[in-house]
Write a protein that binds this ligand. Sequence first.
Ligand code: AMP
Ligand code: GLY
Length: 414
Amino acid sequence: MKVLVIGTGGREHALALALSRDPQVTEVHAAPGNPGMAVIATLHPVDPLDGVAVADLATRTGADLVVVGPEAPLVAGVADAVREAGVACFGPSAEAAQIEGSKAFAKQVMAAADVPTALARVCETDEQVADALDAFGAPYVVKDDALAAGKGVVVTDDRDAALAHGTSCDRVVIEEFLDGPEVSLFAITDGSTVLPLQPAQDFKRAYDGDEGPNTGGMGAYTPLAWAPDDLVADVCRRVLVPTVEQMASRGTPFQGLLYAGLALTSRGLRVIEFNARFGDPETQALLALLKTPLSALLHGAATGTLGEVGLPQWHDGAAVTIVVAAEGYPQAPVQGDRIEGVDEANALEGVDVIHAGTRIDEDGNLVTAGGRVLSVTAVGESLDQARERAYAAVDLIRIRGGHHRTDIAARQPG
Ligand code: AMP
Ligand code: GLY
C-alpha cells in the first residue's frame, strides 16, 4: 500500500514513521512534511489547505490512502476533495470536522447524544459573557468558539482576564469548571464501527507543575496504570459510540479519528472537548506502542471496512513523549535557532526523536521553525524506564532558549 500523509508536525512525523515500519506499506509520501519525515518518506511541496492540490498529488503519486493529519485541512474540506478524486482518505468531511471546528456545534451534538459534558453557554455579546461568568462563577472557563490550536481556552480565577478573553472573541463558549484528572481517549471509526485506542495523558500547561499558559501539549504518556479498569468500555458506551451514531443520524457521518478529551471529575466522566484528528503529542506515545499495523486501521476506516480489522493490539510497557519547545513558546516562539544533538538522541535505545517544528536553513543546518520543535519519544518496559530514556535523549538536545517540562509522567493522579 502507498500512503500519503498530509501535514508538517510531530503527529504527522509519528504517523509517517509508524507507516514506514508497517510491512503492509510499500511507499510513504508526505506533503509538505518536515526534515525528520524526509528520512522516511518522499516529500512534496503542496499547500496542505488546498484540497485540489492534495487530491492531484494523491492521484500523481498513486496513493492508495491519504491520511490528513491536522484539523485545519479537515475543516477546509481537504478529505472531501481527496475522496471526490476517487482516493481513499482517512479523515472526516468538512461538515463532520465541525465537531472540532466549532465548540458550539460539539455541544449541540453532545446534548443530542446525551453525552456527559460541562454545562455551557454560547455567548456573542459582552453582556452575555459577563452574565455567563457570574452564573458559573470561578474558576472561569472561556473558550474561543473557533479553531485556536489548543490556545483559545483560558481557565482562570481572575474575572477581568476571563472577561477580556471572552469579549475579544467573536463567539465564545463559557462553561462550568471540571475538576479531576484529564484523559485523552482516541477512537478510529469508519462511521459505524468504533475501535478505541488505549488511554493517554497529555500535559497542556507550558511549565512544570501545570503552571503557565495552555499550549498545544508539552508531553504525553501511555498507558495510564491509574485509570479505572472500565474506563475504555465506559467511554465507548457513553461517549464515542453515541457521538458516532449521532453524527451519522445527522447525515454527517464521522470517519477518521475521534479524539475525546475527558475529565474524570468527582461527579463522573465529562467530555472537555472533541477533536477530529489524532492528538499531538499523545499520538507520538501511542503509535510507539501500537502492535496492529497502522495502515490496516486507517485503511479500514477510510473504506468502511473497519469491522474486519479487530481491536487494536498493543505492546507491553509504556511510552513517554517530551516536547522540546522554542524560546518564547507558546506566546511568541523564536524561530531559526540551531538544533543540535538530534542524531545522538535518536541513537539511544527505545528512542525516536520526532520533528514537529523544524526546517533546514540556507546553510544546511537544522533550525527551529515552530513553537513545538521536537517531540522526543521513548518506550520502556515500565513507565519509569520510558521516562528516563526520554529525558536522557532530551538532555542530549541543544537549542538556544529551548525549554521543556521536567515532570512529564512523573506524578500519577489518584
Ligand atoms: P480544550 O481546548 O477545550 O481542550 O481546553 C484546553 C484545556 O483547558 C483542557 O485540556 C483543560 O486543561 C482546560 N479546560 C477546558 N475546559 C475545561 C473545563 N470545563 N474545566 C476545567 N478545565 C478545562
Ligand atoms: N494534545 C492536544 C491536542 O492534540 O489537541
